[in-house]
Design a binder for this molecule. Structure first.
Ligand SMILES: N[C@@H](CCC(=O)N[C@@H](CS)C(=O)NCC(=O)O)C(=O)O
Length: 205
C-alpha cells in the first residue's frame, strides 16, 4: 500500500490532498519535525534529504510535492486532477507547482520558520518578499475560481498549503488578496481536503 510520510500542517499536506482527491488507498506515517524525526537514520533511509513528504510506492520512493502531484495525476488520469493529456497544459501545471516549490515555499519558510526567528528590518524584508510573491499569484497566476480556471487541479491543493500558513500568521488580508482568500475557503470546503485535515488532526483556518 502507498505510504505517505507527513508532518501535520507542513507542506506534505499537498501530497496528502492529492491522494485523498484521487481516492486511492494509502497510509500515512507522521514524522515530527519539531522532534527532529526527519533526521533519524530510519527516515533518512527513506528520504536522505531529511524532509517531508516522501511517498513509498511499489516501485520505490518519490520525493518532492511537485513530483508526487504529477505522479498521482498521471497514475489516475480518470480522476482528472491535472491536464495530463495535453503536453502544453501539463507543462503549465508543472510550472505553477515549480513556482510554489522553488519560490513561494522558500520565501515563506524563511519568514515563518527561521530559527532563531527573523527580527527587525530583516523580517520586514522577508515579509515584503512573501507579500510580493502572493501578489503575483493574486494578480496573474490564479485565474479563478481555481488556479487554471474552471477545473480544479492538484495545484489548488498545493497553493492552499501556503495561503493556509499566511492566514494562520495573520497576513492573508482579504482586502489585499480577495482571490487568494476565496480560493483558500473553496479548497478547504472540498471533501478530500476535509478528510486530509481530519487525518492530520487539523481544522480549517
Ligand atoms: N520542495 C520540497 C520541500 C520539502 C520541505 O522542505 N519540507 C519541510 C516541511 S514543509 C521539511 O520537511 N522540513 C524539515 C527540515 O528542513 O528539517 C517539497 O515540496 O517536497
Amino acid at each position: 500500500m502507498l505510504n505517505l510520510f507527513i508532518s501535520p500542517g507542513a507542506c506534505a499536506m499537498a501530497s496528502h490532498i492529492a491522494l485523498e482527491e484521487a481516492g486511492v488507498e494509502h497510509q500515512t506515517t507522521v514524522i515530527d519535525l519539531r522532534q527532529g524525526q526527519q533526521k533519524t537514520p530510519e527516515y533518512l533511509a527513506v528520504n536522505p534529504a531529511g524532509v517531508t513528504p516522501a511517498l513509498k510506492t511499489d516501485q520505490g520512493v518519490i520525493t518532492q510535492n511537485a513530483a508526487i502531484l504529477a505522479w498521482v495525476a498521471q497514475t489516475w488520469p480518470d480522476k482528472k486532477l491535472a491536464p495530463v493529456d495535453d503536453a502544453f497544459e501539463f507543462a503549465r501545471f508543472n510550472a505553477f507547482n515549480g513556482f510554489l516549490a522553488s519560490s513561494l515555499h522558500p520565501a515563506m519558510g524563511r519568514l515563518l520558520f527561521s530559527r532563531p526567528p527573523l527580527e527587525g528590518e530583516v523580517r520586514d524584508q522577508a515579509m515584503e518578499l512573501v507579500l510580493a510573491k502572493l501578489q503575483l499569484v493574486e494578480d496573474h497566476l490564479l485565474k479563478g475560481p481555481w488556479v487554471f480556471g474552471a477545473a480544479y487541479t492538484l495545484s489548488d491543493g498545493y497553493l492552499s498549503v501556503f495561503t493556509r500558513w499566511a492566514r494562520q500568521a495573520g497576513f492573508l488580508d482579504a482586502g489585499r488578496f480577495p482571490k487568494l482568500s476565496g480560493h483558500l475557503d473553496a479548497v478547504q470546503a472540498r471533501p478530500a481536503v476535509v478528510r486530509m485535515l481530519a487525518a492530520e488532526g487539523l481544522s480549517a483556518v
